[in-house]
Design a protein around this ligand. Structure first.
Ligand SMILES: [Zn+2]
Length: 156
């Protein structure tokens, strides 16, 4: 008998969280008014965040909280030409990082492909808190398992 594939084991262990990340998708298209290129991230219970560091209508602004969190978990935010107030501001403002500050450890759906900085950040966060974190983007579901293991499931 062949041993089970690690990916299949992880998928079975975190089945419920994967479903929650999938359910979160329905909140991605709720923001009121034109999004003007904003990326949206959400949890299944309807916590929604937008990318960027402006104050968009009623959406909470968590970029500074992400900056502090990055220091806490020892993640070096990747600098970007758009940075204004601090190095790494652009990457600190990504929607999925902001929503992780609003809804701790909840599965998240995001409307754009996760960038490398966010992938590294969520892995550090999972390691630091010793808890799995699940983020679903349009083509993949990432399962950040504590201990430095990221499992990626492509959507069928
Ligand atoms: Zn990102």
């Amino acid at each position: 008998m062949r041993p089970p594939d690690l990916r299949q084991v992880i998928e079975a262990v975190y089945a419920q969280e994967i479903v929650r990340a999938d359910e979160a998708k329905r909140h991605l298209f709720e923001p009121i008014g034109p999004l003007e290129g904003k990326v949206v991230a959400a949890t299944a219970d309807g916590t929604v965040g937008l990318s960027g560091w402006g104050h968009e209508r009623d959406y909470p602004q968590m970029t500074d909280a992400v900056r502090i969190r990055a220091v806490e978990i020892r993640h070096q935010l990747e600098p970007h030409p758009f940075d204004d107030a601090f190095d790494g501001q652009y990457h600190a403002s990504h929607a999925e990082k902001q929503v992780a500050e609003l809804a701790r450890d909840q599965p998240i759906a995001v409307s754009r492909e996760m960038c490398e900085d966010c992938q590294g950040y969520f892995q550090r966060l999972a390691d630091y808190r010793n808890t799995p974190l699940i983020v679903r983007d349009p083509s993949k579901t990432f399962i950040f398992v504590p201990g430095g293991v990221t499992v990626t499931l492509r959507h069928r």
